[in-house]
Design a protein around this ligand. Structure first.
Ligand code: BEZ
Ligand code: MG
Length: 548
């Protein structure tokens, strides 16, 4: 490919080439984990390649470059480290890497491989059921932290006072600035306010990257006390920050609220600190919004500065996913309203130091969301993405729909991919396309699922329904996606036969979901296509009722 595309045609071919590369290089799970079973040789190669592709400064380890990682890891798995090192030496070591660097990478791969080959999950489960001690281990995905192996241990959380770690804070600067640059490139200025979704497990896995991103947007850094606990923040001066402080509305999950209580306090403290800074409004949107609200609504500074919201104490989830998947809604705005009803409980501490622990603050949340121009969530693992579970659309979709009504405008919706070699910010629409191409419509993915029979068909249907969740909450799904789902799984006769043999219930649910997508105006399908779908639906119903 040319380095510097010259003509318009070259530019378009180059953009296409980059997109194809992105899809090709995306790591996807190619099957479900079977409890108690160690990973196969093929799965091991895929995982080890990814593990070897990341620099690990914490262990002084360097990544193997893309050009050599495939051959090197295959040779390693078949013939061992010495052969793999010899291969690299014969071909000429990658630039900047010494034999010692390469040896250290294979030493890590050796230990990971050993742990991948054993599996004590069933044994541990039985011991847990007997009330015996289960050795604890960290929670993350294997690529982020190979120390999660062996599996079958008691996943322990981390000390909330250690969040965000220094590494997470450093990494997050790039993410926050890329996010703001992306918005600015599309809108000509920075967003005044953003809504962020923070989850508990994600912040355990990344040692608080989501938290650190929120702090960067506000323009503050974490400060540790004499006991090395992160209990405070300090202001990053505007000349150093080089941009305005962004107003950040945070919706934290119930799990986050429970696990990260000191962090909830830290985030609330950060907002209140920034709101009090004597800075020009155009450089400090938190102050601007808080002052405006006090002036126009005669509310107290404490009320105007609430930005950390979660469920009522003891409650979890938004229920937006249930409402969507059970088709229990007429108007989309109901989904956003439900999100606010579930999540409008404020957490933090007021200016007199009194704890606010889940006080209902619907008006405050309505106001805060009414200024939001962009919504965002960090995705930190290749294992679970936008269409694998219903939680992304219930949270990020739910908050975006709530913003749309309150701000009278749909926000820009972004996700980051902090797993790739370089940080990548994508719009929701781009992420849905990428997920669809690399998973739902990718034969490597769906054939992997179909090996699991009944459950595999249910997974395919789940992916389509979760994709539909992005239509319902954010109108972020292109027509071609539904059309291709119909062609791949229903209009291909042999595929339809396989699905109906393995799991006619899920096959029927899939057809119904496509018809619902059309019925609700998310998919503009022609009459012949719809008739075909209805016919398939009828024949599946007959099968389920034992008529056929
Ligand atoms: C969490 O870790 O906070 C979380 C997990 C699953 C769904 C929603 C939130
Ligand atoms: Mg559409």
């Amino acid at each position: 490919m040319p380095d510097k595309p010259e003509t318009d045609r070259d530019r378009r071919v180059f953009a296409l080439y980059e997109q194809l590369l992105e899809i090709e290089q995306r790591l996807i799970p190619t099957g479900l984990h079977v409890f108690g079973r160690a990973s196969s040789a093929g799965e091991q190669i895929d995982l080890l390649k990814m593990i070897a592709s990341f620099d690990r400064p914490e262990f002084g380890l360097r990544a193997l470059p893309q050009e050599v990682v495939d051959d090197a890891v295959r040779t390693f798995v078949r013939k061992g480290s010495n052969e793999a090192i010899r291969l690299l030496e014969t071909r000429g070591l990658p630039t900047g890497l010494t034999t010692e660097d390469v040896r250290a990478v294979f030493a890590l791969l050796e230990s990971v491989r050993e742990k991948l080959q054993t599996n004590t999950e069933i044994d541990s489960l039985v011991r847990a059921l007997r009330g015996e001690f289960i050795e604890p281990g960290p929670g993350a995905d294997i690529i982020q932290n190979p120390d999660v192996l062996p599996t079958g241990r008691n996943t322990h959380a981390i000390n909330p006072y250690s969040v965000p770690s220094a590494a997470a804070f450093a990494r997050s600067e790039v993410v926050a600035s890329s996010l703001l640059e992306r918005y600015r490139s599309e809108h000509g200025r920075f967003p005044e306010a953003m809504a962020l979704v923070l989850w508990g497990l994600d912040n355990i896995k990344t040692q608080g990257e989501g938290v650190a991103q929120a702090l960067w947007l506000l323009g503050v850094r974490p400060v540790r006390d004499a006991l090395n606990r992160t209990t405070d923040v300090e202001v990053i001066a505007l000349p150093d920050l080089g941009r305005p402080r962004i107003d950040v509305v945070m919706t934290v999950s119930g799990i986050f609220r429970d696990l990260f209580s000191p962090t909830v306090q830290l985030l609330d403290k950060a907002v209140r600190l920034v709101a009090q800074l004597d800075e020009p409004w155009e450089m400090n949107y938190v102050r601007k919004h808080v002052r405006e609200q006090i002036e126009h609504e005669a509310c107290t500074p404490d009320e105007a500065a609430v930005r950390v919201f979660s469920n009522a104490p003891g409650n979890y989830g938004t229920n937006v996913n249930f409402m969507v998947l059970d088709s229990q809604w007429e108007r989309e705005e109901t989904l956003g309203d439900l999100f606010v009803t579930r999540k409008c409980f404020a957490y933090g501490r007021d200016s007199r130091g009194r704890a606010i622990e889940g006080r209902e603050a619907r008006l405050a949340m309505d106001r805060a969301l009414s200024r939001v121009e962009a919504t965002y969530q960090n995705i930190d693992t290749f294992e679970i993405g936008l269409t694998d579970v219903d939680h992304y659309f219930e949270y990020l979709g739910g908050v975006s729909k709530a913003v749309e009504k309150r701000a009278r405008s749909r926000p820009a919706i972004y996700l980051s991919d902090t797993l790739s070699r370089e940080v990548k910010i994508r719009s929701l629409e781009e992420t849905v396309r990428l997920e669809t191409r690399s998973k739902t419509l990718n034969p490597k993915w769906y054939e992997g699922m179909l090996k699991h029979g009944f459950r595999g068909v249910a997974e395919i249907e789940n992916h389509v329904s979760n994709t539909f969740g992005w239509s319902a909450t954010a109108d972020a799904v292109d027509d071609w996606i539904y059309a291709e789902v119909a062609h791949t799984f229903l209009f291909d006769e042999s595929m339809l036969e396989r699905l109906r043999d393995l799991n006619p219930h899920s096959a029927h649910a899939l057809v119904q979901r496509l018809l619902e997508a059309n019925g609700r105006g998310y998919w503009d399908a022609d009459a012949a296509t719809l008739e075909k779908l209805r016919e398939i639906s009828r024949s599946l119903e007959d099968q389920l009722e034992g008529v056929a």
